[in-house]
Ligand binder design. Structure first.
Ligand code: ZN
Length: 143
């Protein structure tokens, strides 16, 4: 089904490029800050749409780094050239789920102020995966 919006974004140098198909306009996009030590250091803010579709193009596949820590159930995908982290993916029951870093949207200047803060530190692994299945973008196409 065609979505109303096709938000473009990616890393700074263009190695990682994405198109986020969603019915949510950029000013209505909710951005969540995770309060874990990594996310606070990184300054990343995330969004997702369980009904959205994410197309990801990686030009130089050797030039990305997938960082894992903690529960090791998510890949924080960095571009090795420019150092930005446009998305996180998680493999759950054979499907890939993702959240975007809203800072990597090309139209990030249209985002509203006000981050929602969440702490997931106390969450058990199975609860974490169940939450991602419900809330993260469930249709990811890699090119
Ligand atoms: Zn880059």
């Amino acid at each position: 089904m065609t979505k109303k919006h096709h938000h473009k974004g990616g890393c700074h140098c263009g190695n990682i490029h994405f198109i986020f198909d969603t019915d949510i306009a950029v000013p209505k996009i909710i951005h969540r800050c995770c309060t874990c030590r990594f996310c606070r250091k990184q300054g990343a803010r995330y969004t997702s749409d369980p009904k959205g579709i994410l197309n990801v193009t990686i030009s130089e596949k050797d030039n990305i780094n997938c960082y894992r820590f903690g529960h090791k159930t998510a890949d924080f995908i960095f571009c090795k050239t420019c150092g930005t982290m446009p998305l996180i993916t998680s493999e759950i029951d054979g499907n890939t789920y993702a959240v975007l870093n809203v800072n990597c949207l090309n139209n990030n200047g249209q985002l509203q102020d006000g981050d929602q803060k969440f702490s997931y530190d106390a969450e058990k692994t199975e609860d974490r995966l169940a939450r991602r299945k419900k809330r993260w973008i469930g249709k990811i196409v890699f090119h």
